[in-house]
Design a protein around this ligand. Sequence first.
Ligand SMILES: [Zn+2]
Length: 401
Amino acid sequence: MCGRGQDMAFPDYCAHCGGPVVLPPTAAPLPRPTGLPGMWNHAGRLPVTPDTAWLSMGEGGTPVVPAAAAAGWCAVEHLMFKLDHLNPSGSFKDRATAVGVAQAVWQRAQAVVCASSGNAAGSTAAYAARAGLPAIVLMPEAVPPGKAAIARAHGAIVLRVRGDYSNAFRAARELAARFGWINLTTTYVNPVAVAGLKSAGYELADQLAQTPDWIVVPVGAGPLVHGIVTAYREMRNAGEAAALPRILGVQAEGCAPIADAFDRGAAEVAPWQEVRTRISAISDPLRGYPSDGSYTLRLVRETGGAMATVGDAEAGEAVDRLAHREGLLIESGAAADLVAVRALRARGTIGADETVVCMLTGHGAKTLATGAEVGGPVVADADEAVDRLRAHTAIAEGMTV
Ligand SMILES: [Zn+2]
């Protein structure tokens, strides 16, 4: 973050300034695509060895699709979604985890550990299982049960740490230091894993005719912002991209340390004291590592971008909107993108004719309510089904039963 180099092989934070450590960008000319599937098409630009791809379950290479219905709601002409919830474990975290677990194998680590509000837990557990490594997952006390269950289903040891995400973060960092485990927490704590997130940026450049005006990114600590911005900077320096996209970072209203600093015009992010949101994927209070947020904030500003906050209720409505009208089951932390676009369009920050790409980072299936009561009513036959249908208010206009 301060621009000074590190001699340590795998530092988690800077010995000089305490800020996040990132790998240097890949120098121009950038290595050519490999032709391998998904994110490994750009393996030459990632910190991996040629045989890393054996861990692959098909990460990256996620589709970009037009957002026809949502474009009208947001009042922007050119709105697109990158469906990163279609990664193997159902979130963008697989881009980082695949690289981080390969690092653990290469370093002959005994285990991997991570703190997670949910998505990184499932991702770490899945890739560790594939690599034959034990995974220890530390989650905040109030984690969505479905997300903890997924990590356990892969055989990970799941412990819930009293308090919010920052307490789990501290515990994971201590365990990694004490036992030499590779820390796959998806803040900036593991620069090797974080570099895997650049793949999202390379892919966007491959998939879009030109650099979009805006890329909308759900933000906890913000390593995906680093991944996308770094990829576009590398491509611009190499003459492969004409411009940098502006980043719109999205945080939960009840835990928005980076958006708060953006609004105040501050350079430093202050840790958030009390988390008041259930949008777990974008509620990182950054307590103990606020410089993660300061670094993300700097990147957002350098792109000429913005930060926005979204409330729990409106994020929930966006989940329904995407599921009902776009066919996309997306978790609230990523559906929040839509609310942010609509708000910034209304304020005039986003122009009506600008191109906007929303990163849909997490699958909604992991946070669905479960149990018999949400399965719908039981009927005996077609006649009873018709009775039920007639009583149903959600039947589309023009359809008769
Ligand atoms: Zn430093």
